[in-house]
Design a protein around this ligand. Sequence first.
Ligand SMILES: [Fe+2]
Length: 254
Amino acid sequence: MLFRQYLQPETGCASYLFGCTGTARAVAVDVLPNAVRPMLDILDLSGMHCVAVVETHLQADHVSAGRDLAARTGAPYVAHHAAPLAFPFAAAHNGDRIDAGNVQVTIWETPGHSDDSLALLVTDRTRADEPWVVLTGDTLLVGDAGRPDLHGEANAAQLASMLYDSLQRLSALPDYVAVYPSHFAGSVCGRALSATPASTIGFERRHNAALAPRTREELIRFMLHDLPEEPPDFARMRLVNRGLPPAATVPTTA
Ligand SMILES: [Fe+2]
């Protein structure tokens, strides 16, 4: 399996490109503008073609280049079926699979940071028939979980309740599963993110405060406590990523 992580330290964002070199099929995830060129280069060099460009959730802290990469490669742009996008996209549902040859992706709906959050379980069948990697979007971060108030502040408690279920589900994966989140230190999508942009389920279960044993109500209180102000540009970026003009007046359902 080819697996590449692209980091943008200024904003604490991560993009991914991975796939099966044998069958030349690749998947791109949470594509940042400055990851497009390196991704196209590696696709070109390796002779792989992109079969899907996935957005783990509507991004609020940067303008996504996922649609750009999808247009350039001809790959479908994949997002949660409830993603509030104003343009056509391939709607992902819980349990959907993406076939990238020996690399198989199973999509999980993991709401909490947002309604439309996805996680991607990645299996490399040349190594094993069980997942090796989970791309957790902003649901489970290294050292934290994604804050639930950036995509509709009124719904923050409800999202935190959904986050409880999503974290339970992710933390029930085997210890050895590698965790690759979409943000790391420098991002405001969490409060205590590590500067290390990778971990394992087992390490996070032992040392991530968001995964400490709690009731649902305790987790809701924990996740709503001590949240920093939302940066002023986030509303504009959500609109751009939805495919709407930045000045449009729309309901804040994202
Ligand atoms: Fe986010």
